[in-house]
Design a protein around this ligand. Structure first.
Ligand code: COA
Length: 263
């Protein structure tokens, strides 16, 4: 089984907990491999309707393991590239997971840790969380995380924080849109995550997957005839789907749709 993460599934919620606290949950090849495998399993598991990314220890995630990064520098260029693709691919899997994802952030999230937060659909943090895109300070660049981070905070703030590598507070992360909600402590974090989970569990599972694809398809595109046609095609398909029909019928019949636990 896994040695760097803990996974559990409970009442529709899949939780992947980074569990390498002695290295502040820094990514090495083993952690990346386990995360990729667990994200795939959660994505395919019908019992999982929402995925939460959590962590043990003092930090949410200290980004790439610098011992791993340093040893990759000694690989052949092909091996070096394969290794880098592993991290890029893990982040893609998380960003494109068909289930909604929530980052439960406490403590520092640096480098790839910011990437992990940015890949999630919803991010909630405690006030003690701290963020930094430290890569340039190490003579590196935030390459594989950049599409996700720029999608989350926009080019303007990416320019500042990717170039300065300054540490920024949870309040600043909230202000620039990396974090959606700030809470005081761990108990409040669990409560806030629980509220988001409850909201998500009310929604059609198929609609959520389709909605994520819709956002990815439409974001940043000019309002061209192709985009307009694509959106019309999508709603045409969804309102004729079994889930769409059930959702509308349930509303009109003043009952819960079948995907919500009855009672
Ligand atoms: N890669 C490898 N090891 C790391 C690591 C990383 N990204 N981040 C922390 N560690 C290790 C430290 O080297 C240290 O190891 P040691 O006990 O063998 O000396 C151990 O974790 C504890 O770290 P330390 O810095 O003493 O703890 P701290 O509580 O003072 O600070 C951090 C924690 C996460 C804020 C700090 O370690 C840090 O800034 N890490 C670098 C994060 C980073 O820049 N990541 C981006 C990489 S691209």
């Amino acid at each position: 089984m896994y040695t760097n993460i803990i996974t559990e599934i409970d009442l529709g919620v899949g939780i992947i907990t980074l569990n390498r606290p002695e290295r502040h949950n820094a990514f090495d090849a083993a952690l990346i491999g386990e995360l990729s495998a667990a994200i795939d399993l959660m994505a395919a598991e019908p019992a999982v309707r929402v995925l939460v990314i959590s962590s043990t220890g003092k930090s949410f995630c200290a980004g790439a393991d610098l011992n791993w990064m340093k040893s990759a520098a000694g690989y052949s260029s092909e091996e070096n590239l394969r290794d880098a693709r592993g991290l890029a691919e893990m982040l893609r899997r998380l960003a494109q997971c068909p289930k909604p994802t929530i980052a439960r952030v406490q403590g520092p999230a640096y480098g790839g840790g910011v990437g992990l937060v940015a890949c999630c659909d919803v991010a909630i943090a405690t006030f003690d969380a701290q963020f930094s895109l430290t890569e340039v300070r190490l003579g590196l660049i935030p390459a594989v995380i950049s599409p996700h981070v720029i999608a989350a905070i926009g080019e303007r703030y990416a320019r500042r924080y990717m170039l300065t590598a300054e540490r920024f507070s949870a309040a600043e992360a909230y202000r620039i849109g990396l974090i959606h909600e700030l809470v005081t402590d761990d108990a409040a974090l669990d409560e806030a995550v629980g509220e988001i989970v409850d909201a998500l569990l009310k929604n059609g599972p198929g609609a959520l997957a389709e909605c994520k694809e819709l956002i990815a398809a439409v974001a940043w595109k000019p309002l061209s005839p192709d985009v307009i046609e694509d959106t019309a095609q999508r709603i045409t398909r969804l309102r004729a789907s079994a889930e769409g029909r059930e959702g509308m019928t349930a509303f009109l019949e003043k009952r819960k749709p079948r995907w919500i636990a009855q009672g």
